[in-house]
Ligand binder design. Structure first.
Ligand code: GLC
Length: 662
């Protein structure tokens, strides 16, 4: 089912955990010429995959790059975002053509021209052809995903509470702010499981410190909030502040734990705290050392983290800054013409995330000095790995929430991801919808986007519509940037509408948790494109704005402003479930075909597959307070196979699934 082809001498990525012998013959399906691997598509070939990327579920018609990029503007002209997920599925089986998956295991920049230069040509190119390529076959699209997921290892399992609704902002500055957020949710009777602490909880943006004036007696505060039913989730950034007397910095310097420049000195960059250095997560000793630092926070009762800025993001480097100043200096006395003016203007903005810097610092990887650029896509992955491995050592009995911004396939074993700095744009509801199934193919099952949008100002209607997608994604977090309009559910009028929809998430938890766990434990997809369930349906193959969620649900969220509903494609006779504005639920039959469905802002409509049932319980203030004795089944099936556990166990066991009869 899986064939491995090795070209030259690839750098190990540990993305694949299964031992597979290399094939001796020529690469299947592709022709190979120097640095490029080409495949000819027919007009009907669909191409799925690439995880976190812009554009469609079917990736045809654009050029993408696998190169972890800190880019806060996710427009369709971009080629890469924060993750590099180099797995594709090529499907033309219905027209008698090929169907296979392919994984390009390559830790630095790789380009996927999928019908961009020539409409029917798929060309994958790399700088240096040191690469492992895996061809994955299977009868169905889902089989291909399962066969791939089996070789890359089981996806990270989140604690159950992390499937609750979570609120974030850059930043809730003080403990009083945090408490006010929790109380406002409680006053509005909207469930809430966690509040996130962004960079300002730290002392001057130093990892593993607490700002003692803003968060005095942090440990007690963590436990006080937990008693209220809300967990706190702090951010950890990749770069460590340069500051004498700061223990993390000093220990790192003493032990040579930071990435070095050409001159063998610590490579100094600028990020949130000003001058900072990068821990060399690719070096196992460093990974262990940094990972163990999380213990300071887990010892205070923290049970979840988000790892950020680990592409790694660079505002500037000392070297780059020097060059920029001298360039601008040289322009001082000049009459700036078109070229020099733009050059002068951009001198500083070009400093961020520059290729110059990525080519100028080094790792100690498996005992060898390696230029950062050659292993660029492994950095965020290894940061997350270092944290999760430390949780195994230091909190062996508990699942700890972990999700990251940068990632590579392999990182899916150690944490989830969120899709980074999106915007409060209607088009970004749809972008999130399209990213979710592609991420599931690549193993990132615990994923979600900044609900409501990170950059820009969110409006009431946008948040309500966004909710009706996010209530189905495992990670459901409202997050926004500093300087933007308040975006918590209670910041808008008629909070009962928000309550109604967030309550639906909690009512659905018996289903969502069960389906999420089944997907993770059987290397399957929790969220899928319609074409993965209705392979022979040519209409379903073209649907880019509806999704399958778990075994039984199809969703079709509204993602345009001022719409009162939308057209939905029903691929077989189904049951339509409507959450009404008064929180009652109506069920009705709906026939295969196209339908216009009215969906007022305060309602949610979704669909249950024929002969399937889904469990809903009563809502509660948080996940731990849900009462499964209140479960009722909806749909026209006879029973549901429910998986449940304590939400923490490290040895989840699918054989404990119970049948509940209607
Ligand atoms: C980055 C993150 C964002 C966070 C901000 C401040 O932009 O993507 O989520 O709020 O940094 O830490």
């Amino acid at each position: 089912m899986v064939k491995k082809f090795r070209f030259n001498n690839p750098i190990a990525t540990y993305a694949v955990v299964k031992d597979i012998e290399c094939e001796k013959g020529a690469l299947s399906y592709f022709t190979h010429n120097n640095n490029a691997f080409s495949y000819t598509m027919s007009d009907t070939t669909a191409v799925y995959g690439l995880g976190e990327a812009v554009r469609g579920i079917n990736k045809r018609g654009w050029i993408y790059e696998g190169y972890c990029s800190d880019d806060p503007c996710h427009t369709e002209d971009k080629r890469s975002l924060y993750g590099a997920h180099n797995f594709l599925i090529i499907d033309d089986k219905n027209a008698g053509g090929d169907r296979f998956g392919v994984f390009f295991d390559y830790p630095t920049r790789i380009t996927f021209d999928i019908g961009y230069t020539k409409q029917n040509e798929l060309v994958v190119s790399v700088d240096k052809p040191n690469i492992d390529i895996y061809i994955i076959e299977g009868d169905t699209l889902r089989d291909i995903v399962r066969n791939f997921r089996e070789i890359i290892g089981q996806s990270y399992v989140a604690p159950k509470w992390a499937l609750g609704f979570m609120q974030s902002r850059w930043s809730y500055f003080t403990k009083d702010d945090v408490e006010r957020i929790a109380d406002s949710y409680s006053d509005a009777d909207i469930p809430l499981d966690a509040i996130f602490l962004d960079i300002d909880y730290m002392e001057r943006y130093k990892d593993f410190t607490i700002h003692n004036e803003r968060f005095p007696d942090f440990e007690n505060f963590v436990s006080y909030m937990k008693q209220k039913g809300v967990r706190l989730v702090p951010i950890i950034d990749a770069a460590v502040k340069v500051e004498s007397g700061y223990d993390v910095y000093e220990e790192g310097v003493k032990n040579n734990y930071f990435c070095k420049g050409d001159d063998n000195k610590d490579y100094i960059v600028g990020v949130w705290p000003g001058k900072a250095v990068f821990p060399d997560f690719l070096n196992q000793d460093v990974a262990k050392w940094f990972g163990d630092k999380y213990k300071m926070l887990t010892d205070m009762g923290i049970e979840g983290f988000w790892n950020d800025m680990n592409e790694p993001a660079i505002f500037y480097s000392e070297k780059g800054l020097e060059k920029a100043f001298s360039q601008v200096d040289s322009y001082k006395e000049m009459s700036l013409d078109a070229n020099t003016y733009f050059d002068c203007r951009d001198s500083f903005s070009k400093l961020s995330n520059s290729q110059f810097d990525y080519n100028n610092f080094y790792h100690n990887y498996n005992g060898k000095k390696i230029k950062h650029n050659d292993v660029h896509n492994l950095y965020g992955y290894f940061m997350t790995k270092s944290a999760q491995e430390s949780f195994e050592r230091n909190c062996p009995d508990k699942r700890i929430l972990m999700f990251s911004r940068a990632s590579y396939i392999g990182a899916h074993r150690y944490g989830g991801i969120w899709t980074g700095d999106n915007h409060s744009w209607w088009s970004h509801i749809l972008l999130c919808l399209k990213q979710m199934p592609s991420l599931n193919m690549c193993g990132f099952v615990y994923s979600g986007c900044d609900m409501g949008g990170f950059n820009g100002n969110c409006t009431r209607d946008l948040l309500l519509r966004w909710l009706s997608l996010s209530i189905f994604t495992p990670l459901m977090r409202n997050h926004s940037a500093c300087g933007t309009k308040d975006q918590e559910c209670f910041a808008f009028e008629n909070t009962s509408d928000f309550k109604n929809i967030v309550d639906l998430r909690y009512r659905l938890i018996p289903y969502i948790y069960s389906e999420y766990m089944k997907a993770v434990l059987s290397d399957d997809m929790y969220i899928r494109p319609l074409s993965f369930d209705y392979e022979n349906d040519e209409i379903a193959k073209a649907v880019e704005d509806q999704l399958m969620v778990g075994e039984s649900i199809m969703i079709a969220p509204v993602y345009t402003q001022n719409a009162n509903g939308r057209y939905v494609y029903i691929p077989e006779d189904m049951i339509q479930l409507r959450l009404n504005g008064d929180s009652t639920i109506s069920e009705s039959e709906i026939k295969k075909g196209h339908h216009y469905i009215d969906i007022p802002l305060n309602e949610v409509v979704f669909f249950i597959k024929k002969d399937h049932c889904i469990p809903l319980c009563d809502s509660a203030k948080n996940i731990e307070s849900l009462d499964y004795n209140t479960i009722k089944l909806y749909g026209n099936g006879k029973s549901y196979e429910l998986y449940d556990d304590d939400g923490f166990t490290k040895a989840p066991d699918l054989s404990k699934t119970k049948t509940i009869l209607k």
